[in-house]
Design a protein around this ligand. Sequence first.
Ligand SMILES: [Zn+2]
Length: 291
Amino acid sequence: MAPPAEERRPDPPDLRAALEPLVSAFAGRRLAVLTGAGISTDSGIPDYRSPGSAPRRPMTHQQFVASDRFRRHYWARNHLGWRHLQQAEPNAGHRALAAMERDGLLTGVITQNIDLLHVRAGSRTVVHLHGRYDRVLCLSCGLEISREEHDRVLVELNPHWRERFAELEDLEVAPDADVVLESTADFRIADCPRCGGILKPDVVFFGDNTPRERVEAAYAIADEAEGLLVAGSSLAVMGGLRFARRAAKAGRPVGIVNRGSTRGDDLATASVHAGTSQALPLLAEMLAAHR
Ligand SMILES: [Zn+2]
């Protein structure tokens, strides 16, 4: 399905001119950055909320916990797809933010992404609001296992499973029909090796709350800053929007770089409809010149 024309605007022909209002708002200020899926699409990680994406129903925490059929389904797909995240490379947008932090322009990055690409690009102060794909947690005793280690267990339980299926990317999609659940019904999952509890990726599911200490860490980054840059997020989920609201309420400028409109546009001092891989390196260069 083609995205609606008004939602999927091309990048402005003169990006430098388009960024000027952001630079004016941010010049001389240390910034907190909030990033979403849009910053990672150029690294080959699809953004399911971007304009034109097919509607999807993510698996909820409640479904995952209540039903071992859902857990088998989730882990089967995760088993197929997680290495795709492992193999993704940071892009120019991630690298620009890492460079801005090194130059003292940022208090840190708050990300809604679980892909760790900020860390791989060299960002040091990063809060992963929605968790990270590379860890698995026991819901009962809190034991933390690396996804790599868990992979060895799942491969042993399910020899040749990966070879039997094409790579799937939509890891969290709830099955719409029993026939879909049936396709993964023979996948064998592992429980906590310490207490036998349910193992879940360290990822915030639909219907989960973000752990309080993580929200506090994110607020600390945001409140230490003198402005908020939103990059590659449409602020569709409340978790992201509250940072824009908080900054605006405190009188700090909010600037947005995103393809398509966002729920925070009316809070923004300046909003630029552009791809982050193109806009962030240029923005970094322009802000550095204003120091
Ligand atoms: Zn346990």
